[in-house]
Design a binder for this molecule. Structure first.
Ligand code: SAM
Length: 328
């Protein structure tokens, strides 16, 4: 009986891990641009030769691809990419593959080092300059969902100033600045590489300034109508979060709005992904756990910011947009 149970559980673990194969296969294809290479029917030999890749490993990757439907046999030893709609677009084309890259190169290796970290009581150090470009690009996948709530705060406004702290590639700023040409937008970004990307993506828009600065060392010259802080709270030490809210409230005009995007975790009904985010962030000595809903309410109230609302951005990731208005 015990042996049967053992076998049953082992089978269950394997079955549960099957979705990983799809992600792994898509990640390798994205990273090496293989789905493009197999766009038309082609042999493995030709692809290995053209891209200078190990032919045996490529062959095995192709076999997995055929078995999970990412590739299809096309006769005469040739294969072609199949079910393209499920696969990431090539690099640089605003591809969802960047999420696979972040998961496979950053999240999963970190989570796998959990036993070692727990035994040794050591944290890793998050190499901001190395990962900032990927992380800034993956955050952009949320833009389409979160943007309307930000635009709503500007709808009636003419002129005025908007500040985006930790603006990443300035995706929100770019879209809002085009829509509200009389408002001035300033993005603050700590990573020099990401700042450069943000500058080049907004170069042709007059009402945008991108500054390479640490939000702790920056002070705006004029009071702000709207302050955005999207996917940045986990970079802020727990002890400094209340202080940051006070600081931002001080930068707002009367009736100005603070708009924050963040996953929320920490309650028993938080979805698994939000809890795993916390495992991931806690693995680094310079990243910190996500806020709870209670903390977000408390920091606002203490800083004289009335909560306007909390809205879901992505349910599975427990992502929310929280907006506050400075009390007059
Ligand atoms: C996860 S990304 C989010 C980018 C963008 N706000 C978005 O939601 O798409 C966080 C960004 O904040 C930047 N950042 C982190 N700490 C910062 C600080 N102290 N001052 C300014 N930027 C910071 C990081 O370099 C990174 O580009």
């Amino acid at each position: 009986m015990i042996d049967v149970m053992k076998m049953f559980k082992a089978r269950m673990y394997m079955k549960r891990n099957e979705p990983f194969l799809y992600s792994w296969h898509a990640y390798v294809g994205y990273e090496l641009d293989l789905f493009k290479a197999f766009e038309r029917p082609v042999t493995q030999f030709d692809v290995a030769d053209a891209l200078q890749l190990d032919e045996e490993l490529l062959k095995q990757w192709v076999s997995v691809g055929v078995s999970i439907g990412h590739l299809k046999e096309a006769g005469r030893n040739r294969y072609k990419t199949w079910n393209t709609w499920k696969l990431p677009k090539p690099k640089g084309q605003n591809s969802s593959g960047v999420l696979l890259k972040e998961m496979m190169e950053l999240h999963i290796p970190t989570l796998l080092s959990y036993p070692e970290m727990m035994r040794e009581g050591k944290r890793r150090h998050f190499d901001e300059e190395k990962h900032a470009p990927t992380v800034a690009e993956t955050s952009r996948l949320l833009e389409v969902l979160a943007l309307p709530k930000m635009a709503k705060q500007l709808k009636e406004k003419k002129g005025g100033n908007v500040l985006d702290l930790g603006c990443g590639e300035a995706g929100y700023i770019k879209k809002l600045a085009e829509r509200f040409p009389t408002t001035h937008f300033t993005g603050i970004e700590i990573s020099p590489t990401v700042t450069e990307t943000a500058r080049s993506l907004t170069a042709d828009i007059d009402n945008v300034t991108i500054e390479n600065a640490d939000l702790w060392k920056y002070t705006p010259e004029t009071p702000q109508d709207l302050i955005l802080m999207n996917n940045v709270i986990h970079y802020i030490d727990l002890e400094q979060r209340q202080q940051l809210f006070h600081q931002l409230a001080g930068w707002l005009k009367e009736d100005g709005v603070l708009s924050v995007v963040t996953p929320i975790a920490g309650s028993s009904d938080s979805p698994p992904f939000a809890n795993v985010f916390n495992s991931f962030f806690s693995s680094f000595d310079n990243l910190y756990r996500l806020p709870t809903a209670e903390e977000l309410a408390e920091w606002g109230a203490e800083a004289g910011l009335a909560m306007l609302g909390i809205h879901t951005v992505i349910k599975e990731g427990s992502w929310y947009i929280v907006q506050y208005q400075k009390e007059s």
